[in-house]
Each structure stands twice: as structure tokens, then as C-alpha cells.
Design a protein around this ligand. Structure first.
Ligand code: FES
Length: 61
């Protein structure tokens, strides 16, 4: 079974952003692409390792 991220889990260690924080920015800014996430939050800009979870949050919330 896949690990389910909790609201206060850091999903991008390069920026330290949590799942809850990223989801709130995605909702507030009307973000629906990975490029917009990068531009607005700097998440997934440094090492890129968080791409899988960021894409999952974009499609599944
Ligand atoms: S963990 Fe997100 S850019 Fe490095």
C-alpha cells in the first residue's frame, strides 16, 4: 500500500513546504500545472525529487 502523506508532512525538503501549505496555495492561486507550482512556490525547482508527490497532489488533492 502506498504511503499516504499527512497534512503536516514536508513534501519538498528543499523548500520545507508541507502538504497542507502546498494544497492551500494550489487552491488559492488556481494552480493546475507543475510549471505554475514551480513559479508560484519554488517547490520542485531545486533538486526535483518531489515531482511525484507534487504531481499527485495536483491531480488527486
Ligand atoms: S525536494 Fe522539492 S525541489 Fe528538492
Amino acid at each position: 500500500m502506498a504511503y499516504e502523506f499527512k497534512d503536516d508532512d514536508v513534501i519538498c525538503s528543499c523548500t520545507g513546504i508541507t502538504k497542507q501549505k502546498l494544497l492551500s496555495v494550489i487552491k488559492a492561486e488556481g494552480i493546475d500545472t507543475l510549471e505554475q507550482v514551480r513559479e508560484k512556490t519554488r517547490v520542485n525547482v531545486a533538486c526535483g525529487m518531489c515531482v511525484y508527490i507534487v504531481e499527485k497532489l495536483l491531480t488527486e488533492g
